[in-house]
Design a protein around this ligand. Structure first.
Ligand code: TYD
Length: 210
């Protein structure tokens, strides 16, 4: 990639505990003295946050899968050019909560949009920028779903458990297809145990300890 930065993305179905782990991983990276840029998708720039509001608003029931796909990609392209590329260019560690593997899992896996189309859309939305490492937090879908919807559901979560099961299956396929980049992290058990597994899956890239 020709930069000194490291691009790490965190993935998983709704309710897998990813946000808690993002916090803990960020702490470990900062403690290791890295310049850290933390982001989440969709969002992270003023334009991307406006797109996020459209995407997650439960009132937008009429949104068609093709519009949804392109809105996620639009949000991503803006974030990539405006924030991720400059951060990597100055050598930062970029930790992004979701990136294009979410689009594969949710829009191809969950919604059933053609895989090849989604991969091409991802190439465009990411401006060709690939993560160096992607951690997929894997948890039994019924456990994750119950946790995710305990306080009410956003537009994606309202799709239900069968949708989340397809999302998970798509993540498992990705981990099989790209074992170097995409690592499954068992997200069951105590949060410190999950963190240790996550840091282990980063240890060849960055010097961090739990
Ligand atoms: P968010 O509240 O940020 O969920 P989480 O904390 O689980 O990351 O909502 C993001 C939702 O958008 C989540 O349900 C996953 C979905 N999503 C897609 O469907 N496609 C995508 O490309 C991205 C980035 C997210």
């Amino acid at each position: 990639m020709g930069t000194g930065g490291i691009f790490i993305t965190l993935e998983g179905a709704d309710g897998c505990g990813k946000s808690t782990q993002a916090e803990l991983i960020a702490g470990a990276l900062e403690a290791a003295g890295k310049e850290l840029v933390r982001l989440r998708e969709p969002g992270g720039t003023p334009i991307s946050e406006k797109i996020r509001a459209l995407l997650l608003d439960p009132a937008n029931v009429e949104m068609v899968p093709e519009a949804e796909l392109m809105l996620y990609e639009a949000s991503r392209a803006q974030l990539t050019r405006e924030v991720i590329e400059p951060a990597l260019a100055r050598g930062a560690v970029v930790l992004c909560d979701r990136y294009y593997d979410s689009t594969y899992a949710y829009q191809a896996g969950g919604r059933g949009i053609d895989d090849v189309l989604v991969r091409r859309a991802n190439a465009l939305g990411s401006c060709g920028r690939m993560p160096d490492r992607t951690l997929v937090f894997d948890l039994e879908p019924s456990v994750a779903f119950a946790r995710a919807t305990a306080g009410g559901a956003d537009r994606m979560e309202a799709e239900g458990l069968a949708f989340q099961e397809r999302v998970r299956a798509a993540y498992l396929r990705l981990a099989e297809q790209e074992p170097n980049r995409v690592r499954l992290v068992d997200a069951s058990g105590e949060k410190d145990a999950v963190l240790a597994r996550a840091l282990d899956a980063l240890s060849d890239l960055v010097d961090v300890c739990a």
